[in-house]
Design a protein around this ligand. Structure first.
Ligand code: TUI
Length: 314
């Protein structure tokens, strides 16, 4: 069985976090992942603080295992959400799309373990100095908002830069990816895209079907011009946005094009106007299955891979 220091630190069975996917990762998915032995994570995304509190309370009713909440730091509700998480004393907070240092004090006072996503070694160092319990080094292969460096070079450079545990994210879709993350010095992984098709994931069925049908070359990154690159499936929306990005359109009009597109994909399943965030491992996602089964299958494969890894040695 694979156990690493992050398992003891957080009280989880398998060293795997489910990515906090905005508009998608709710209490049902988070509780299923936590009950399956990983760390389930509720995504706050752009949601108001009341919604986040309600989801946290629901997760507490669905699992007695630790779970986390992801704070999307560009959200207009980030301040209120941060306060609610301190009041609710959630076990773990992860953060994305920014620098969470202004909230570290209130979270630490509440006994919360803070695990920020970092896109660079420097950001990892900064988070360690602010008191982070661990960091998630997320490479550009992942879905959603991405940094500039990919997982293979990012993880070892973050590992070398900090003394706290590092989890690897971006491009991890099966047990081979988990084994590779360990080789890079990570103590665990965060996986988003594979959990999109978990039975307990309440995303629209059209979204699941699109991920199940997608192949390796079916994602695209857009949003670089406005400084917020995002990886999503190639769809009429993302292709149209990509075209406009290099047209004479104003920044304001470009930004307006994307408003509401995540909700249209996740909630309405709108295949024309929705933005279907998805990582590069899309082609490795083969079937809908319970979250617990996804976790068990990934770690069984990782163990096999790690046992066989020495076969190339002479
Ligand atoms: O946050 C994510 N992925 C996301 S957030 C999201 S919602 C969204 N909606 C509209 C526009 C943009 C996003 C969808 N997907 N992943 C974690 C992540 N964090 N990736 C990269 C970063 C990051 C980037 C810069 C973390 C810190 C950072 O620091 C910059 C600074 O402030 O110094």
């Amino acid at each position: 069985m694979i156990r690493t220091p992050i398992c003891d630190l957080l009280g989880i069975q398998y060293p795997i976090f489910q990515g906090g996917m905005a508009w998608i990762a709710d209490a049902d998915l988070a509780a299923a992942v936590s009950n399956g032995g990983g760390l389930g994570i509720i995504a706050a995304g752009n949601a108001p603080a009341d919604y986040v509190r309600q989801q946290v309370q629901k997760a507490k009713s669905l699992t007695d295992k630790p779970f986390g909440v992801n704070v999307m730091l560009m959200s207009p509700s980030a301040d209120e959400v941060a306060q609610v998480l301190a009041e609710e004393k959630v076990p773990v907070v992860t953060t994305g799309a920014g620098n969470p240092s202004k909230y570290m004090g209130i979270w630490q006072e509440a006994g919360i373990k803070v695990i920020p996503v970092v896109p660079s070694a420097n950001m990892g160092k900064l988070m360690e100095r602010c008191g982070a319990t661990a960091v998630i080094a997320e490479g550009g292969e992942s879905g959603g908002h991405i940094g500039e460096i990919n997982t293979m070079p990012l993880v070892p450079q973050v590992v070398d830069a900090v003394s706290i545990p590092v989890l690897a994210a971006g491009g991890i879709g099966d047990g081979r990816g988990i084994a590779a993350a360990f080789m890079l010095g990570a103590v665990g992984v965060q996986v988003g895209t594979r959990f999109l098709v978990a039975k307990e994931c309440n995303v629209h069925q059209n979204y699941k079907n699109k991920v199940l049908k997608a192949k390796d070359t079916d994602t695209i990154t857009t949003g670089k011009r406005l400084g917020h690159p995002v990886r999503s499936l190639k769809t009429p929306f993302s292709r149209g946005y990509a075209k406009e990005e290099y047209s004479t359109i104003s920044d304001d009009d470009l930004e307006a094009l994307a408003v509401g597109a995540l909700r249209l994909a996740a909630v309405e399943g709108d295949e024309k106007r929705g933005c279907f965030l998805c990582g590069e491992i899309a082609g490795m996602v083969k079937k809908e299955q319970p979250a617990a089964e996804i976790i068990a299958e990934m770690f069984a494969q990782a163990e096999e891979v790690l046992k066989g890894a020495s076969r190339w040695l002479r």
